[in-house]
Design a protein around this ligand. Structure first.
Ligand SMILES: Cc1cc2nc3c(=O)[nH]c(=O)nc-3n(C[C@H](O)[C@H](O)[C@H](O)COP(=O)(O)O)c2cc1C
Length: 181
């Protein structure tokens, strides 16, 4: 196994969210590969203030930055809210800067159209933070990969795409590590 640490970031924080189911599914696939150390990173656990509204001294803010700094790459679990990413994910992204830079990321998204619109918005945001987002992008449908929009039952075909996405995230995370002193 490489010494790469990859965080699987849950992008939603609402009560009743399905992102933990999706994140655990990705982690299960990732852990089976044996090529990096994968962990779930749950924004909700950090109690981040809205940027600029707190004191800047909140422990969760420092912990969030420390967690991101410990990671070499990311897999974002992205859900579509009003054709974009959640406010909580945007705030979490905005709540760090250097800790994102020169790292790689993959996106797994879901929504009525696979979360594609939210994922494309995230790609634009990641560019500003010098995060290299990989091409392969598993898209999950609320209609066919979930029962009652709440119980995650992914179609088998997504397994190939998740592994292909992880291949790219691991390769780029390793390559970009050499850029960071
Ligand atoms: C405020 C809000 C806006 C939403 N807007 C969209 C949308 O524009 N497109 C879409 O496909 N799904 C939309 N949805 C449905 C969500 O993608 C779906 O509820 C998904 O399960 C949310 O992820 P979560 O359970 O992890 O919070 C919206 C849901 C919420 C709560």
């Amino acid at each position: 196994m490489s010494n790469l640490n990859i965080g699987i970031i849950l992008g939603s924080t609402r009560q009743g969210r399905v992102s933990p189911q999706v994140g655990e599914w990705v982690k299960g696939i990732a852990d089976g590969r044996g090529d990096a150390s994968y962990e779930i990173v749950d924004i909700a656990e950090y109690n981040l203030p809205f940027l600029g509204e707190g004191t800047g001294e909140e422990p969760g803010l420092a912990a969030w930055n420390a967690k991101l700094s410990s990671l070499d790459g990311f897999v974002f679990i992205v859900q579509e809210y009003n054709h974009s990413i959640t406010g909580s994910l945007k705030n979490a992204v905005d709540s760090a800067r250097e800790a994102w830079n020169d790292k790689a990321a993959g996106i797994v998204s879901y929504g009525s159209t696979g979360g594609a619109r939210a994922a494309e918005h995230l790609r634009g945001i990641l560019g500003e933070l010098s995060v290299a987002d990989v091409r392969v992008h598993p898209t999950l449908s609320l209609f066919t990969d979930f029962e009652n929009y709440s119980v995650f039952k992914p179609a088998d075909l997504h397994l190939t795409n998740v592994n292909a996405m992880l291949d790219q995230v691991v390769a780029w995370s390793g390559a970009l590590k050499s850029l960071r002193a």
